[in-house]
Design a binder for this molecule. Sequence first.
Ligand code: PGA
Length: 258
Amino acid sequence: MTRKRIVAGNWKMFTNHKTARELASAISEGSRDAAAAGVEVVICPPFPWLGLVAECLYQSHVKLGAQNVYPADEGAFTGEVSPTMLRDIGCRYVIIGHSERRHGLDERDDFINRKVHASLNAGLTVIFCVGETLEERELDLTESILNQQILRGLRGVQPHQLKDVVVAYEPVWAIGTGQTASPEQAQSAHAFIRQRIRRHLGSEADVDPLILYGGSVKPDNASALMSQPDVDGALVGGASLKAETFLPIIHAAITAAR
Ligand code: PGA
């Protein structure tokens, strides 16, 4: 069975009330052919715009995602947002383990693991990010870092839950730098991730996770990346902030799906 494809836009801490609405509508309008081609389009705006983007996406094929979550249903957690709140406002997806939170905000694997479980229990699909730093790559530690992030971050996830886990391989040195992993580097990391997840979390037969590539994906490199056999789509930061750059990436996924 062919795997579906996903192109997800991570808006990070960009956009305002007006541009968020315009961008969501332009993406929805411009990617109408995606669903029929087996390509799921996801956009992940900042928290304050989730409600208004949800309204813009009413009856759209484009799915809504959040960039973060706190691992509890409710409670005295000032400033945090729960997975059930995200579901309530219309989110289907949540990004967990992004390197800007792992490295910039010192989020650890065990906290990431709690977020994964809380989100799966609430019915969200998790976009689980992994990736090595430049130093780790140069020390030839890429596979051991990926292995560790997978084992710790997805600890306790059951094989039947893996259909709601999408992995994003995002080499830290490629995020926001304009320096993309080569298609061969991406393919090799993706094949490794697929094999690790199958071995550790499921039986070989019943687990076939979707694995997205992220890190300076642009219209001019998207096709080469997504034509690799183990690259099932893209998690896009900078280029997701303009319809003129995000829509060609979605169309590259549609072409690759054919
Ligand atoms: P970038 O970000 O496309 O701007 O490199 C990717 C990401 O952080 O998900």
